[in-house]
Design a protein around this ligand. Structure first.
Ligand SMILES: Nc1ncnc2c1ncn2[C@@H]1O[C@H](COP(=O)(O)OP(=O)(O)OP(=O)(O)O)[C@@H](O)[C@H]1O
Ligand SMILES: [Mg+2]
Length: 289
């Protein structure tokens, strides 16, 4: 809450508000917009990420809301992938990568030494740029996770999870007659929906997507985008995309990154129609990136 003015002599007139829509300076890398607050599922505070000596993320604070889709946009190399990998500790798998700051999910510290990352990566699932089905049958691609996480005690429970996950991912009708065939034999768009079904099968709460449609044609992309919109009812979703049209179509909030800094966060429509920072404006108007 804003502090009250303690001055004994109050100004005669209320202070003039800065004009709305005034753009921040290109040299000012402090975040503008509503990065925190609302109804957060995950909270990131002062996150810094290093690869060896090189710093890739600078002091990023951002909340991911419940049942929201938030897009991460920005020029290549600005740290979008590095940042979303912090959200399920995927950076742990990269040698020399260090993450500082605080990240919580439902108030629980993600980087607590005692935290087991295996259930965390089910709770915060990830879909990658290139579909990466296991070299197993369609059925096994989905059943594997619930088996290792002990989510099904009987064959019929497992079947229920497999069928429901494929239905939620919009793939069931296309694969129901060939569940025993290899997942790698599906088309690219189908493989990506298989990977989304695999993520859903272990009951995630947050789904991270790093350019999930960049290898797909417009029809497969449209299917994934529809799916993202439906999934929002149950999950929080953070999606990295190079397509501003996609960000505008699927997300309620958008975060703009530049050289490892979070420059601006806001309602997606505001970011694309009335950006508050000059760097955001430069990017969305195509001056760079
Ligand atoms: N494994 C790594 N080792 C060393 N440096 C890395 C590694 N991964 C990323 N970086 C560096 O960190 C910075 C941010 O990279 P990152 O991949 O997060 O950017 P990005 O915004 O996802 O880019 P793109 O849009 O091209 O995918 C870059 O300078 C990159 O070179
Ligand atoms: Mg990337």
């Amino acid at each position: 809450m804003a502090k009250t003015n303690q001055s004994s002599a109050p100004p005669e007139r209320p202070e003039k508000q800065p004009p709305t829509g005034r753009l921040g300076s290109r040299n000012d890398f402090r975040t503008v917009g509503e990065a925190t607050g609302g109804n957060p599922k995950m909270q990131c505070r002062n996150v810094n990420v290093f690869y060896g000596e090189k710093q890739a993320i600078f002091d990023v604070s951002l909340d991911i809301g419940k049942n929201e889709v938030i897009s991460m946009i920005g020029p290549s190399g600005c740290g979008k992938s590095t940042f979303i990998r912090c959200l399920n500790r995927m950076n742990d798998t990269i040698e020399g990568c260090r993450v500082k700051g605080e990240i919580t999910i439902d108030g629980q510290n993600l980087y607590d030494e005692k935290l087991d990352v295996v259930p965390l990566r089910a709770q915060v699932g990830m879909v990658f740029q290139k579909p990466n089905p296991f070299p197993k049958s369609i059925w096994d691609n989905i059943a594997y996770g619930p088996k290792i996480h002990g989510l099904a005690s009987t064959r019929s429970e497992l079947e229920e999870i497999v069928v429901t996950s494929l239905k939620k991912a919009g793939l069931w009708e296309e694969v129901k007659d060939r569940l025993d065939q290899p997942g790698t034999g599906l088309s690219g768009g189908q493989q990506q929906r298989l990977c989304i079904a695999r993520t859903i099968a272990v009951s995630p709460e947050v789904i991270l997507m790093d350019e999930p449609c960049s290898a797909l044609d417009p029809i497969a992309t449209a299917k994934i985008e529809d799916l993202i919109d439906e999934l929002r009812e149950q999950y929080s979703i953070a999606i990295v995309t190079h397509s501003m049209q996609q960000a505008a179509r699927v997300s309620q909030r958008t975060a703009y990154f530049h050289l490892g800094y979070l420059i601006e966060v806001g309602q997606t429509q505001q970011i694309f129609t009335n950006p508050r920072h000059r760097l955001t404006e430069d990017y969305i108007t195509g001056r760079f990136g």
